[in-house]
Design a protein around this ligand. Structure first.
Ligand SMILES: Nc1ncnc2c1ncn2[C@@H]1O[C@H](COP(=O)(O)OP(=O)(O)OP(=O)(O)O)[C@@H](O)[C@H]1O
Ligand SMILES: [Mg+2]
Length: 456
């Protein structure tokens, strides 16, 4: 378990001392600061889970410190400590976003209760976030990780097309690229979101069964048809039908599907009437449909009907910039699922993962992360927790040195170089500390420390 971090900002030595004495243990790490200025700095450095902040401080007053900290992190949990007489200040503190306030003098039983409540809250928040993430009917574009230009482009365009009512969409892309995820996000971003999202994998059913699932049947249509049954197109009325692996359907079903797209009606097997349906169809395949058309395996007219709007989800190797974000996302995800506390990944391992080609795309990365989080017994993911194919890649890399830097005759200042590299990393990332630290393979804390050291 990673220790819970507490920051106590108080000029009273006794208070700081008692927090340290009572709470410092293997479960808690207590940091202290004796002024608001030091407190803010410590907050940035340590990213504590809870801040205990005194109102009366030497220079900067508690309320101001509170606001400054909330400006750094608007979700910071701050317990405001006041003397009995200052009810107004306590009220003001709550208005400025303090989580709670306590009156001095207080007992450590009170503090224990507060901390336990907050821990519960933090866990619940995390749980809710992850459950949201997992519940498929809740999937939105915010669950699609990817800030690379390529992915942003695909997300933007999908959001736009989601808003159209009936436009058919064809999702192309290799296996594991996220076609499923996109189809759900499109549905949930559309006006049809409160209506059914029906999905069927066209390759998982024998042909006759697929037809009866899609179109339904009338009583007596075939031997087993004891009573009438609605097909999925009817069931999905006003909603979305996701036809996964569309490349696998046979010629007869292709023809029927064409008629659904052209006439917006379905006819049940053994039926005589055409039933109007109001649905949007999203089809997906990892096959080269054009090739299937050329080989006369897939109807050309259906192909053109489907590809009214075509979105190709890129292979992961085409947007490797997203790998670090995906890694972090899955660490958090599997930490929660397996009650682990992996905090990050060794820069070297991340580099390996950046270099790997990911033939199985995001699904493969997800599986690798799942395994790694389960196997990892330290707080940082190590090479040993990765499967062989990714590690082999690394050892090859090791042999060729990426830099050709040669120290000049007159020598250099390592310190100056570090400063220059930091500057460049910050410039390149528009001062984004997370991205800059990733670029340099160091933690954000180290980056902050170095920034301070070089007064950047
Ligand atoms: N951009 C993404 N962000 C987060 N998770 C993703 C992303 N893309 C895919 N995933 C995850 O990767 C896995 C595979 O995605 P998905 O099932 O959507 O792929 P697919 O393209 O439908 O693959 P297939 O062609 O094999 O059906 C899923 O667990 C999905 O949640
Ligand atoms: Mg799929």
């Amino acid at each position: 378990m990673k220790p819970f971090k507490l920051l106590v900002i108080d000029d009273e030595k006794l208070i700081r001392w008692s927090f340290e004495k009572k709470l410092n243990s293997k479960n808690f790490k207590v940091y202290t600061a004796r002024s608001g200025e030091d407190g803010i700095e410590a907050f940035e450095m340590e990213q504590p889970d809870i801040v205990f902040l005194d109102n009366k401080l030497p220079k900067m007053q508690g309320l101001e410190v509170l606001q400054k900290i909330r400006a750094i992190d608007e979700e910071a949990i701050i317990i405001f400590m006041t003397a009995y007489e200052s009810v107004d200040i306590a009220v003001n503190a709550m208005k400025s976003g303090a989580y709670e306030y306590i009156n001095k003098p207080f007992s450590f039983e009170e503090i224990d209760i507060i901390i336990e409540n907050i821990k519960d809250k933090i866990n619940k928040d995390k749980e809710i976030q992850l459950l949201r993430r997992e519940r498929k009917d809740d999937i939105t574009f915010s669950h699609i990780i990817g800030s690379s230009e390529l992915m942003m482009q695909k997300i933007q365009i999908s959001k736009k097309i989601a808003k159209t009512e009936t436009t058919t969409i064809l999702l192309l892309g290799e296996s594991g690229t996220g076609k499923d995820l996109f189809s759900r996000a499109i549905h949930n971003e559309s006006n049809r979101k409160d209506k059914p999202f029906v999905t069927i994998n066209c390759s998982s059913l024998p042909e006759t069964l697929l037809e009866s699932e899609l179109f339904g049947y009338e009583k007596g249509a075939f031997t087993d048809a004891k009573k009438q049954k609605k097909g999925l197109f009817e069931v999905a009325e006003n909603g979305t039908v996701f036809l996964d692996e569309i490349g696998e359907i046979n010629q007869a079903t292709q023809l029927k599907l064409l008629s659904v797209l052209e006439n917006r009606t379905v006819r049940r097997l053994g039926g005589t009437v055409d039933i109007p349906v109001d649905i949007r169809i999203i089809a997906a395949t990892n096959k080269d449909l054009k090739k299937s058309v050329d080989e006369k395996l897939f109807r050309e007219d259906l192909y053109y009907r489907l590809k009214v709007f075509q979105i190709t989800i890129p292979a992961l190797r085409e947007h490797k910039e997203d790998v670090p974000d995906l890694i972090n996302y899955f660490i958090e995800h599997f930490n929660f699922q397996f009650r682990k506390n992996v905090e990050g990944i060794e820069p070297k391992v991340r580099e390996l993962m950046m270099k790997y080609d990911w033939p199985g795309n995001i699904r493969e990365l997800r599986n690798v992360m799942e395994r790694a989080v389960i196997l990892e017994s330290n707080s940082i993911l190590h090479e040993d927790s990765l499967p062989g194919e990714i590690r082999e890649d690394i050892s090859e890399e090791k042999q060729c040195h990426p830099y050709n830097f040669i120290i000049p005759e007159e020598g250099i200042s390592l310190d100056e170089m570090e400063k220059e590299i930091l500057k460049q990393a910050l410039q390149k990332t528009n001062n984004n500390q997370t991205k800059a630290s990733e670029l340099l393979g160091i933690t954000r804390d180290t980056l902050r420390y170095k920034k301070k050291k070089h007064k950047l």
